[in-house]
Design a protein around this ligand. Structure first.
Ligand code: PD2
Ligand code: ZN
Length: 196
């Protein structure tokens, strides 16, 4: 598979999943959707916040054929081991829902980060797979390089931040029309274990 290179940190692969795989994953996710949460920087607990208003669910590792394909292919592309990956999370956004600018790595100065870092060390890579074409809005904004990546069914976006790089600030812009579905896989420095 050949990536579209937008910078050394950010790569896009179109047609990473088929339309059918994306539809299967959306259907399998719908019954488990709950309001999404973010990590509280002080306590490390998960809680809902206005910064992330999407709905979400997650799949156990190796949960089904599509999840296995995401885990295996992302490991191959990023030259990591499947054991470093967290559970794949599925996000669904409706009009007005968004994920405000953030880093995916844990800030080591935040007291709440310690417990998350125990389970495999720091996050080093994010893989986002768009599971549908959003009618309007809903781009992922790569703030530092002033680039917007538009959701396209089956498109994979990968970004790397081996040293908690501040140029990986990014956001999920508000959906304006229709729905946006995304699968997210975060990769750790070492074998990941859930600490929650
Ligand atoms: O849904 C997105 O576009 C998005 C944007 C930023 C998702 C995430 N971050 C994430 O899941 O970390
Ligand atoms: Zn993110």
């Amino acid at each position: 598979m050949t990536p579209i290179l937008i910078s050394p940190r950010f790569q896009i692969y179109d047609d990473f999943l088929t339309d059918e795989e994306c539809a299967d994953l959306r259907a399998a996710s719908e019954p488990g959707l709950q309001p999404d949460s973010v990590v509280d920087r002080l306590t490390g607990a998960s809680r809902t916040m206005r910064a992330r208003t999407s709905w979400g669910t997650s799949f156990a590792k190796r949960a089904n054929g599509v999840i296995q394909r995401i885990e295996d292919q992302v490991a191959e592309i990023t030259n990591t081991h499947v054991s470093q990956g967290e559970c794949v999370q599925i996000l669904k956004y409706l009009p007005g829902q968004e994920y405000q600018p953030h880093y995916d790595w844990f800030d080591e100065r935040d007291p709440g980060s310690a417990k998350h870092l125990e389970g495999g060390g720091q996050r080093i890579i994010t893989a986002l797979v768009y599971l549908n074409d959003c009618e309007q809005g809903g781009a992922t904004e790569l703030t530092a390089i002033q680039t917007k990546i538009y959701p396209r069914t089956g498109r994979l976006l990968i970004f790397r931040y081996p040293r908690c790089d501040r140029d990986t600030l990014h956001a999920g812009l508000p959906v304006e029309l229709g729905e946006k579905w995304v699968a997210t896989l975060w990769i750790r420095e070492r074998t990941w274990t859930s600490v929650l």
